[in-house]
Design a protein around this ligand. Structure first.
Ligand code: MF3
Ligand code: CO
Ligand code: CO
Length: 266
């Protein structure tokens, strides 16, 4: 069993490069989200773009996953398999999850995009989830406890009447896609391991409009909500720094199609 690793400055610099490529790939892939597009076409773009920039798409063949990224639409919580027959429609919410290996280091990032014009309910769910990730990130500093992250996310999500998915958690990341440390998006303040400078992990809350329970489809991957209400997710890879954290997968500008609508009020 590998242990929780503390990354050196050189290793963090390598993860910055992997994270930057993953984020750029996600930004570009998000521009393809529009009515009539199929999710396999987005996957194929991600695959080619990654190779062109000397990266490797980590999901491809990872524990048997058949494609180069996950694309999860509406009631799909995560691990949606891109397909030619999954055609995006106006009003859908579309999560694209990109994990890139560059020079042996991983960057893992995802965002939920609006396809065409979203309903007010969809905007409420997606913007709450976007904020859940930022609230989680704001908890991260040396000596904070892992449970502080989950507690802050859960409190906010539930205050909006939404639920937090229990079956999937954030994870340590580095040379491996999934390293030992776990980051639940629910929990109790003051509980869990103590965060240390140089730890690298993801925060990736999945927030459901209805109940948190899920089922897995017969393909063995696709996780959908039991009640078929919609689910949104955002993810970043980050490193704990001396006085907080650095997000290694930040975007260079606003995410087209995924930006908070100007008239949205919390
Ligand atoms: N990218 C997902 C995560 O955030 C994991 C996908 S596993 C795969 O951890 F096999 F589907 F790629
Ligand atoms: Co992840
Ligand atoms: Co991911």
């Amino acid at each position: 069993m590998p242990e929780i690793t503390i990354k050196s400055h050189e290793e963090i610099e390598a993860m910055r490069r992997a994270g930057r490529l993953a984020a750029k790939t996600l930004e570009e892939a998000g521009k393809l989200v529009k009515p009539g597009e199929n999710t396999l076409a987005i996957n194929d773009f991600v695959h080619e773009y990654t190779l062109k920039h000397h990266g490797i798409p980590a999901p491809l063949n990872y524990e048997g996953f058949p494609k180069s990224c996950c694309i999860s639409v509406n009631d799909v919580i995560c691990h949606g398999i891109p397909k030619k027959s999954t055609i995006l429609r106006d009003g859908d919410i579309v999560n694209i999850d990109i994990t890139t290996i560059l020079d042996g280091w991983h960057g893992d990032v995802n965002a939920t995009f609006y396809c065409g014009t979203p309903s007010a309910e969809a905007v409420n769910l997606v913007e709450t989830t976007r904020q859940c990730l930022e609230i989680g990130i704001a908890q991260v500093r040396p000596d904070a406890r892992m449970g502080d992250i989950g507690a802050a996310i859960q409190e906010f999500a539930e205050s909006r009447g939404f639920s937090v998915v229990r079956d999937y958690v954030g994870h340590g990341i580095g040379r491996l896609f999934h390293e030992p440390l776990q980051v639940p998006h629910y929990g109790r303040r003051g509980h869990g391991i103590r965060l240390r400078e140089g730890m690298t992990f993801t925060i990736e809350p999945m927030i459901n409009a209805g109940d948190w329970r899920m089922t897995i489809l017969n393909d063995g991957w696709t996780s959908v909500t039991r009640d078929h209400k919609w689910s949104a997710q955002f993810e970043h890879t980050l490193v704990v720094t001396k006085d907080g954290c650095e997000v290694l997968t930040r975007f260079s500008g606003p995410l087209t199609n995924s930006t908070t609508p100007a008239d949205f009020k919390f």
